[in-house]
Design a protein around this ligand. Sequence first.
Ligand SMILES: NC(=O)c1ccc[n+]([C@@H]2O[C@H](COP(=O)([O-])OP(=O)(O)OC[C@H]3O[C@@H](n4cnc5c(N)ncnc54)[C@H](O)[C@@H]3O)[C@@H](O)[C@H]2O)c1
Length: 257
Amino acid sequence: MSARDLFDLTGRVAIVTGAGQGIGRAFAKALAECGAVPVIAELNEAKAAAVATEIMDAGGKAFAVTTDVADPASIDEMIEAVTDEFGRIDILINNAGIFSTLEMRPFDQIPLEEWERVLRVNLTGPFLCARAVLPAMRQAKWGRIINIASGAVRLGRPNYLHYIATKAALAGMSLSMARELGGDGITVNAILPGATFTEIERKTVTPAQKERIIAMQCIPRAETPDDLIGTMLYLASPASGFVTGQTINLDGGVTSS
Ligand SMILES: NC(=O)c1ccc[n+]([C@@H]2O[C@H](COP(=O)([O-])OP(=O)(O)OC[C@H]3O[C@@H](n4cnc5c(N)ncnc54)[C@H](O)[C@@H]3O)[C@@H](O)[C@H]2O)c1
């Protein structure tokens, strides 16, 4: 394979869950710019359609499918729609999560229903989606699974224990999945973003906390989704074929390894 081909994503079909806004939206747009077809597998139908339109207006290809990653039947429908349309699934980015809408609270005040819902979407969702893409990836003997965890698991940030628990589990799950799938030509890696400031306002980081986070970074500016794209594209591309089971911190140097 030529050096140029190592980074060629032309025609690759990439499911990006939760791509209706924020980091997932940035990923979908970047994949389309590289010639891949992002599947915007998003719970919010209007937002999924808007991102697909945005991409197509810019000359790219995109496919929006309303999907609830907490619901196996909804995932099956999405996979069927993608398979019917494209006949292949090359890349899965498990990005959907209950995140920007989370209330911060001491863990002993988290209602059990909320705990279970966060686990269901943030952890069971990636498990269900990974399981669902396997037949297509195994048949092709090629696949890339990228789990979006969080650098917060390395910091022990308080007041959203359910979220932290799911993201730590995702990092662990990535290595074990990688061990099971290496022989099939499928890599599994986790990206651990630091506090990433998207177009969506959220309650999990106050302005004072934002300043403190930036002060902890080696690179002293706010992280944005653009800071995640290079690594995502690398992990999605043929270039990363021997990189698997890794958890990669993308936090401007707050944490190491
Ligand atoms: N922004 C950050 O600072 C940061 C840091 C570390 C990790 N992350 C992780 O990156 C990912 C994206 O973050 P973001 O800031 O864009 O989050 P966000 O909350 O802005 O967006 C999440 C998206 O997921 C969708 N979603 C929620 N539940 C879903 C479901 N059941 N099925 C399908 N889609 C669903 C939402 O509708 C939304 O479009 C999340 O997994 C988050 O935990 C974010």
